[in-house]
Design a protein. Structure first.
Lengths: 114, 145
């Protein structure tokens, strides 16, 4: 599991997640992701295109990040989930409580529209 | 007479490293037996969720130096299904007996506990639990197609 941090041109932070978002993967990246998101109050987009597997530990991480964003008055959106990852997001109804967009352009448009 | 079903017994240590090694062994075995990626991912998911629960909660209050945990995975490939048997000597825990998770309507009421069990239930076509001789035995059935 690896991450990359990128600035979107609206000032939001894009966190690109790469690999398996399971217990091993979350252990590896959780501290880095949490501190990157907490570094300054701004909207965050999680790029899931490079996530090959999503388990409950990964879902917990996403929920925790979304809650901390909300507490700071900022937003979290997800985009790029592949079919297997999308199926897991649907299974736990995460798509009902956190905006899930097909790709980066639509995630950016969503953040700009509100 | 049908040939015997391919099977693999994987003993693992009760920690995250043990889970990862076991997952890779299971993946190799399933790939070698032409299990498709969809079923393979389903087996990985139930192993991840069930064994994470055992490691995190099953051995609370027990000194591993005095009484080392014993966890085993037994995979068996049948004609239409993969049978995943997980045996451990942790505290008794019947996943069929635990309450269901309510799916969230808002971020505030999203539960982070119990998601793993929800995933196991939704991914398996069969779940059988038994407590026998001080061991939990959880048999999960994953459809091959």
């Amino acid at each position: 599991m690896d991450i990359q941090l990128e600035d979107l041109n609206n000032g939001a932070l894009c966190v690109v997640l790469l690999g398996r978002l399971d217990t091993v993967g979350v252990d590896r990246i959780e501290a880095t992701v949490t501190s990157a998101v907490a570094a300054q109050p701004r909207d965050v987009a999680l790029d899931l295109d490079g996530v090959s597997f999503l388990a409950s530990m990964g879902v917990r991480l996403i929920i925790t990040l979304a809650r901390s964003q909300k507490a700071r008055g900022q937003r979290l959106v997800l985009f790029g989930a592949r079919p297997g990852v999308r199926a897991t997001l649907d299974m736990v109804a995460l798509d009902k409580i956190i905006p899930l967009l097909p790709d980066r352009a639509q995630a950016l448009a969503h953040l700009l529209s509100a | 007479m049908r040939p015997p079903s391919p099977s693999l017994l994987i003993p693992l240590t009760a920690d995250v490293a043990g889970l990862e090694i076991a997952r890779l062994q299971a993946r190799q075995f399933l790939q070698n037996n032409a299990i498709d990626e969809h079923a393979l991912t389903a087996v990985e998911l139930v192993l991840e969720e069930a064994i994470t629960n055992i490691i995190r909660y099953g051995y609370e209050g027990r000194d591993p130096a005095e009484e080392p945990p014993v966890i085993e995975i037994d995979l068996q490939i049948d004609m239409d299904e993969v049978q995943v048997l997980i045996v451990d000597d942790a505290k008794a825990f019947d996943p069929l007996d635990s309450g269901g998770v309510l799916l969230p309507e808002t971020l505030d009421d999203a539960q982070v506990g119990g998601l793993g069990l929800l995933m196991i239930r939704n991914t398996s076509s069969g779940m059988v639990y038994e407590r026998r001789d001080g061991h939990n035995r959880l048999l999960l059935t994953i459809e091959r197609h």
